[in-house]
Structure formats: C-alpha cells, structure tokens
Design a protein around this ligand. Structure first.
Ligand SMILES: [Zn+2]
Length: 93
C-alpha cells in the first residue's frame, strides 16, 4: 500500500483534506515528542510552580511535587518506562 503523502507529491495534485489531516496529526505528534524531549518538566498544577502551598496563614511544601514546583510530564514518564524496559531485555539476553 503506497503512502498517501508520497503519491500526492508524485502526481502533483493538491492534497485532499484527509491527507492534510494526516500531515497535521504527524506534525502535532512530532512537536509533542520534541517538547517532551526538550522540556521533560512542567510546572506543578497544585502550587503553580512555586513549590509551596498556602494553608491558612502558613506556607507548606507542596506534597504533589515535593516542594520542587515541577512535575515530570506523563509522556516523559512513559518514555523513561519504555527505555527501562528495553534496557531490561538487553541485560537479560
Ligand atoms: Zn506542587
């Protein structure tokens, strides 16, 4: 089965909406992967990146991010998990 994007460029015809949607999804996924790779951390939602929580008159370290004010991205966690799994299989062999 030929790849739709390659056939479109080969015939020189305009991209149809389905191909444009595929291209947009691919670009979006690529951008997300790049962002996960470059910026593995995001500001903590619970303390807005400050690392502390206000309870009444007092400031306490945020328990969600252990006071760091940043949280590891879910995508990065999946990335690390898959890397750890592949490392396991290579050591087992
Ligand atoms: Zn926090």
């Amino acid at each position: 089965m030929p790849i739709p994007l390659l056939t479109a460029t080969a015939t020189g015809g305009p991209l149809d909406p389905a191909q444009l949607a595929t291209l947009a999804v691919l670009a979006f996924l690529g951008w997300r992967l790049l962002a996960i790779w470059i910026f593995p951390y995001v500001p903590c939602r619970h303390c807005r990146g400050t690392g502390k929580h206000r309870s009444g008159r007092y400031w306490r370290p945020c328990s969600w991010c252990q006071g760091t004010g940043r949280r590891i991205r879910l995508g990065r966690r999946v990335w690390d998990w898959t890397r750890a799994r592949s490392a396991d299989t290579t050591t087992r062999r």
